[in-house]
Design a protein around this ligand. Structure first.
Ligand code: SF4
Length: 182
């Protein structure tokens, strides 16, 4: 496995999300956090650059999408390996549902109708969107297979997902320690 590009503390403590992608079910969403890797491979990959040019879109920093299933969109080159191994179809190709600049996903709602096979991406400017982060079983397969190390799986980050949402509570039965409420 290659080194992960997303640092362990990307969403901890005083870090605030910069955006949110909502699921049209009205219940689920995932956060978008600060900066991705400033030297992320997406900026230098020829296929990704060509696809952006084809769209007439500028390449801009896109950040980390998801909290327990975190995908660095600045490192994602749409290889699609994560699609092939995920047992619960956490990911969709965002452009196959809405072909919009990735920067506009910062505050958008998706139905979850995007395509979920590796080969079905629109083009190399597409991104692996963890639209069903809430279904993740923490099997770790996507983190292990991503050739860019662009995915970090961390179940404990649910706490920070909930803190950012204002829904985190300390469960009395936990003996005073923090516990995420579901
Ligand atoms: S850890 Fe497993 S279940 Fe979760 S998103 Fe990755 S492949 Fe899917």
């Amino acid at each position: 496995m290659v080194d992960l590009v997303i640092p362990e503390d990307f969403c901890l403590n005083d870090v605030k999300p910069v955006g949110k992608t909502s699921h049209a079910d009205g219940e689920n969403f995932h956060w978008i956090w600060g900066k991705g890797d400033p030297d992320g491979k997406a900026f230098s990959n020829d296929d990704v650059k060509a696809a952006y040019e084809e769209h007439g879109e500028e390449m801009v920093p896109l950040g980390i999408h998801g909290t327990t299933v975190a995908v660095d969109w600045d490192s994602c080159i749409a290889a699609g390996e994560c699609f092939g191994v995920c047992p619960v179809q956490t990911f969709q190709w965002y452009r196959t549902e809405k072909d919009i600049p990735a920067a506009e996903c910062l505050d958008a709602t998706f139905e979850g109708t995007g395509l979920t096979e590796a080969s079905e991406r629109l083009d190399a400017s597409d991104k692996s969107q963890p639209i069903r982060e809430h279904d993740c079983t923490i099997c770790m397969a996507c983190q292990e297979i991503c050739p860019q190390g662009a995915i970090r799986i961390e179940a404990a980050n649910q706490e920070w997902h909930e803190k950012a949402a204002g829904t985190f509570v300390v469960m009395p039965s936990s003996g005073g320690g923090p516990h995420a409420h579901d």
